[in-house]
Write a protein that binds this ligand. Structure first.
Ligand code: ZN
Ligand code: ZN
Length: 136
């Protein structure tokens, strides 16, 4: 086990803790706000760097939808996501879904296909409520 790889700094531990506390799939900025309540001197850059590190080392998940801000998920249980088309809120789809197999898949220019992602679009309860209020 490599010491440099596994050593958890206090900042990183707090970031990880805060992310695992929430199911809102926060952006780095949102998480920065939370972390700063506990570590007032932490910088946004540090939060970004640590999130990238944690995602690269498989401690957290990075959610990237085309054209949207990167979000993070501390829930490593296998699940999919549904995104509200109105407000961008992310919900967890915990029901097991058959993921497309990537075994034996070949794409020109890629040496390895690792995993697949399914993403759903929907309307969240808050947006649905707001719509019915406005009589839309
Ligand atoms: Zn919504
Ligand atoms: Zn999630």
């Amino acid at each position: 086990m490599s010491q440099t790889q596994t050593r958890m700094t206090r900042q990183r531990a707090v970031i990880l803790e805060e992310l695992r506390k929430t199911t809102s799939h926060p952006t780095a900025d949102e998480l920065y706000g939370k972390v700063r309540e506990r570590l007032p001197r932490i910088s946004l850059g540090t939060v970004y760097r640590n999130l990238d590190f944690l995602a690269d080392s498989g401690e957290i998940r990075r959610l990237e939808a085309a054209g949207t801000t990167k979000r993070f998920d501390g829930n490593m249980v296998d699940h999919q996501h549904v995104r509200c088309l109105c407000c961008g809120r992310i919900g967890d789809v915990m029901s097991p879904l058959p993921a497309p197999s990537v075994a034996g898949m070949h794409v020109p220019g890629f040496v390895e296909i690792r995993c697949s992602r399914i993403e759903f679009d929907g309307i969240c309860d808050q947006c649905a409520a707001a719509r019915s209020v406005s009589g839309d």
